[in-house]
Design a protein around this ligand. Structure first.
Ligand code: MN3
Length: 214
C-alpha cells in the first residue's frame, strides 16, 4: 500500500498505542506520574514528529514502523535523521510497553531460559551483565538483549533512540535508560531502576520475540 497524494493521506499516519495496563499498574517499580508523562508526552511526541517528517513525502510506501527503521537508507536524506530519532522512538517505546506487565513470570521461560543459560552462564549472570551494559551507556539510550546475525544472544546498548533493528538485529528484551524513564522516582540512581525493572519484564513476550527470531 502507498501513501496517496490526497486529503485522506492523514488517515494512514502512525498512532500512539494504547497500553494494555493502567498507568499505575507498574507501581512501585515505575510510578504512575512517570508512566503518564512517558507515554502521553514523550512517546506521543515521537509519533507526532514522525508523522510530520513523513507528511512531506506522501508518495513513500507505508510500512510498519519496525520495518521503516530497518531500512533508513531507502528514505530521502532530508528526513533520514528525523525518522531515525522519532521512528526509533516510536518503535522502541511500543516494544518497551509490551515487554512489561504487572505480575508476570519472574524468570525466563522455555527455550529462551536455556539459551540465556548457555550464552551467559545463568540467569543471574545474564541480569548482572545486562545491568552493567545499561549503566555503562553514557547519556541517553537503551540496553538490549538481541539475537545477532550469527543467531546467538548478545547484550548491547544503543544511544538516543537507535534500535538494534537499524543494524539488522532482532530485539528480545529492551530497557529504556533515558532519565525520563526513571528520574521522578530514582533520580540519579539508574542502577536501582535497572534492578527494579526485572520485576516487570514480561518473559512470555520475550519468549515470543525469541521464537519469532528463530
Ligand atoms: Mn523513553
Amino acid at each position: 500500500m502507498f501513501f496517496q497524494r490526497s486529503r485522506f493521506s492523514h488517515t494512514m499516519s502512525y498512532t500512539l498505542p494504547t497500553l494494555s495496563y493502567s498507568f499505575s499498574a507498574l507501581e512501585p517499580f515505575i510510578d504512575t506520574k512517570t508512566m503518564e508523562i512517558h507515554h502521553g508526552k514523550h512517546h506521543a511526541a515521537y509519533v507526532t514528529n514522525l508523522n510530520t517528517a513523513l507528511s512531506h513525502y506522501p508518495e513513500l510506501p507505508q510500512k510498519p514502523v519496525d520495518e521503516l527503521i530497518a531500512h533508513l537508507d531507502l528514505l530521502p536524506e532530508a528526513i533520514r535523521t528525523a525518522v531515525r530519532n522519532n521512528g526509533g522512538g516510536h518503535s522502541n517505546h511500543s516494544f518497551y510497553w509490551e515487554l512489561m506487565t504487572p505480575g508476570g513470570s519472574s524468570v525466563p521461560l522455555g527455550t529462551l531460559a536455556q539459551e540465556l543459560g548457555s550464552a551467559f552462564g545463568g540467569f543471574e549472570e545474564f541480569k548482572a551483565k545486562f545491568e552493567a551494559a545499561g549503566l555503562a551507556r553514557f547519556g541517553s539510550g537503551w540496553v538490549w538483549l538481541v539475537k545477532n546475525k550469527k543467531g546467538s544472544l548478545e547484550i548491547l546498548s544503543t544511544p538516543n533512540q537507535d534500535s538494534p533493528r537499524m543494524d539488522g538485529l532482532v530485539p528480545i528484551i529492551g530497557n529504556d535508560i533515558w532519565e525520563h524513564a526513571y528520574y521522578l522516582n530514582y533520580q540519579n540512581r539508574r542502577a536501582d531502576y535497572l534492578k527494579a525493572w526485572w520485576n516487570l519484564v514480561n518473559w512470555e513476550k520475550a519468549e515470543s520475540h525469541f521464537r519469532a527470531a528463530l
